[in-house]
Design a protein around this ligand. Sequence first.
Ligand SMILES: [Ca+2]
Length: 253
Amino acid sequence: MKLSATPGIGWIDLAWAHHGFVDHFAIYASDSPFVQGELVEKTVYTRFRHANLGPRSRTFYYRVVTVDAAGNRSRPSPMLRASSLTSVTVSGQPVAVIGEFDRTSRGLALAPNGYQQYTARFPNGPDYPASDWPYLHPGPADKWAGSKPHSFRFRFTLPVVRDLVLAVWLIDTHATIPGVLSLSCNDTSFAEVPLERGATKGSTVGEGPSLRPSIVEVAVPASALRHGANMITFTKASGSWHAYDAVGVFTPA
Ligand SMILES: [Ca+2]
């Protein structure tokens, strides 16, 4: 059995191939190559996301054991070493930030559960920093927000034009229709980000174990930026809502 890994910020995806009967796979992760480490998952699938690893790069050594219906365990697979990626919020320098990257919606407008006031409070959409930035960004699947696309505007001043990274940390998203976040800078589109499915609680709960956070960090090319005033537009043109933790533009290390 050969393991493969795909790293992200705060997670590592493992995948493997297996033929034949199996009751489940047992996945072990260790921070040392010399010990099997702890059981992190039992699954019937041939893939596993090791999640909630935090914003700093972490390295693990993985092995997978196959368990049949009688409880017989295979020898461990060959070991695979993999490292998660480091967030630009750790490695970079902030240019402009809304909120705190702390896995809660605290400090954002209407947080943690006031989304019904969104339309009355932001009739033309948020325009930061002239307006506050609400914790919940509705999508066209949300009747309570008019069943239409919604755009949020984030303005900031740039003293020197260079490549930046936009960090969008979410505390949660809708569980079945998370939708796509369309990002443009000064009217240049630079990313279409399919959001990860969440746990749905983030519309009414600002923090805690019932949420499923996710991290989006995308490059903003210097060609889309200007000296002085800039504006990044966040548009949700498909799916339902997502709930913010914090947003910021950073100079990468
Ligand atoms: Ca936060």
